[in-house]
Design a protein around this ligand. Structure first.
Ligand code: ATP
Ligand code: MN
Length: 466
């Protein structure tokens, strides 16, 4: 057995008359007079292969083992299919059953199991239509993202996963410690109290990273255009459908680039990655459009085809105030926009993706470049129809005195930022970048409503099975 062989996806383009083998898992078997039909899937594409088994072509005791979930190889001949929706099927001449699946115990029996239930058997759900499609799209999206940046000469960098600085206060952090590796007779709490951090592995408090941005900035101010695409951790203590404790983030950073350049990159990025997926994952996306989110293809094509509108936060607030809509959260200058406001702007007001810029400094991070008005910063949020914010970014503050003043105003520990400030002390440059949660992008592209369903194994409060 070699990985270089025919997959189910290859079979569909083989001419009738070819003899071949098909490996995979049985989705269903249907018996009628003198013939059985097996739907076989190997995850290589959305479509299942129909295998036709005429009576007597394989031994009776083998046929009995062909139940949902069984893993098999069929040998046979590709034939033109009389059934609608498929050009060819496989007429079986032989079978090998690698692993039967006892129908009285196999958990993935019935069609239409809820996503909640499938999350509990996440180790098996990749065998079904929806999750096969989700994980194929995830794979292609990951490739499209690397391709987008590498094609433009960006350098892929890997920022640390363990960090000693909660640099942006982006979210609650997970501590990393070896102090809890105590002999069984010692209470972990007592040990933590008794031993100062100096005795811990890193000799200071350490955490799982909430963002690679600050480290990415250091590499951009030396290598010009870089991006990091890696795991990120936030101890989000909620059962939100949009938050995970472990997710993947894409963070490009560019030297000699201002907010306009940053907006151009974000727009090109979304258009190219989504365009790539519309082409490469057409069958999977068609399925999501039919079964998960009826507006899916319309909104995705819309993002690819229409130029993004650009306006300032202040302009957006004026539009919202004049909208006459009754929002659940009232809007006024200085308040953070809620997803209902973002959706109204992009769906109802503008009818296209919108990039909002120049937010009040109070609602944005300390590292964003201060505007001359002293009230707003060069931040940008990209809003897309159907979900609202999809990308957040900014031009970074490159002026040492201004950055130090912001850090002081916010009462952040300046000493911890010595290396970040060094970048402004020595050879500072205008620079900008953005961040985008990979799973949020996948939710957008697939229409899946719960972020736990676009990652193979989700991490959330109380959820670390598998
Ligand atoms: P939110 O308001 O949705 O919590 P945030 O403002 O905390 O987001 P940022 O700090 O700007 O998010 O992080 C950058 C991106 O990372 C967000 O735009 C989002 O796509 C993604 N993201 C943030 N938190 C999570 C999470 N817990 N799970 C998955 N993705 C996340
Ligand atoms: Mn958050």
């Amino acid at each position: 057995m070699d990985y270089r062989r025919t997959y189910v996806r290859d079979l569909f383009s083989m001419p009738p008359g070819s003899s071949t083998s098909a490996y995979g898992w049985v989705k269903t078997r249907r018996d009628s007079k003198g013939v059985s039909f097996v739907q076989l899937s190997d995850g290589s594409c959305f479509r299942d292969l129909q295998v036709v088994i005429e009576a007597g072509s394989i031994p009776e005791e083998q046929l009995k083992l062909l139940t949902t979930g069984a893993c098999v190889r069929f040998d046979g001949e590709v034939v033109a299919s009389p059934a609608a929706g498929q050009a060819v099927e496989l007429k079986a001449t032989g079978v090998e059953v690698f692993g039967p699946a006892d129908p009285t115990h196999y958990p993935l029996q019935k069609k239409g199991a809820s996503f909640e239930f499938l999350r509990e058997i996440a180790h098996l759900r990749a065998r079904g239509n929806t999750f096969g499609a989700v994980f194929r799209v995830r794979s292609q999206a990951s490739f499209a993202i690397h391709k987008f940046f590498i094609d433009r000469g960006f350098h892929a960098i890997h920022t640390p996963i363990i960090t000693a600085s909660d640099c942006e206060g982006a979210g609650a952090m997970f501590a990393v410690t070896t102090l809890l590796e105590t002999p069984p007779h010692e209470e972990p709490e007592a040990v933590l109290k008794a031993r100062p951090y100096l005795q811990d592995f890193f000799e200071k408090p350490a955490y799982l990273t909430v963002s690679g941005q600050l480290e990415a900035e250091t590499l951009a101010l030396g290598m010009t255009n870089v991006y990091t695409f890696g795991p990120t951790f936030r101890a989000e203590n909620s059962n939100s459908v949009r938050h995970l404790a472990e997710f993947w983030m894409i963070e490009p950073e560019m030297a000699f680039c201002d907010l306009d350049g940053n907006m151009n990159l974000a727009e090109e990025f979304l258009k190219e990655v989504i365009g790539f997926l519309l082409e490469r994952c057409a069958e999977d996306l068609e399925f999501f459009n039919q079964r998960i989110e009826p507006e899916l293809l319309t909104t995705l094509h819309h993002v690819v085809e229409s130029p993004f509108e650009r306006m300032t936060y202040s302009e957006a607030v004026k539009l919202l105030e004049a909208s006459g809509e009754s929002f659940e959260f009232p809007v006024s200058w200085g308040s953070d926009l809620q997803s209902e406001h973002e959706r109204w702007l992009t769906e109802k007001k503008v009818g296209r993706p919108v990039i909002l810029t120049d937010y009040p400094k109070e609602i944005k991070a300390f590292y964003m470049r201060l505007n001359d008005d002293d009230r707003t910063v060069r931040a940008m949020d990209v809003l897309a129809p159907r979900i609202g914010e999809i990308i957040g970014g900014s031009q970074r503050e490159e002026r040492l005195e201004v950055l130090e003043r912001r850090i002081d105003e916010l009462g952040l520990p300046k000493e911890a930022y010595w290396w970040y400030l060094d970048l402004r002390r020595f050879g500072s440059a205008p620079h900008a970048g953005f961040g985008l949660g990979f799973e949020r992008l996948l939710m957008y592209v697939t229409g899946m409503k719960n972020i736990r369903d676009v990652i193979p194994y989700h991490r959330a409060p109380g959820q670390a099975e598998f």
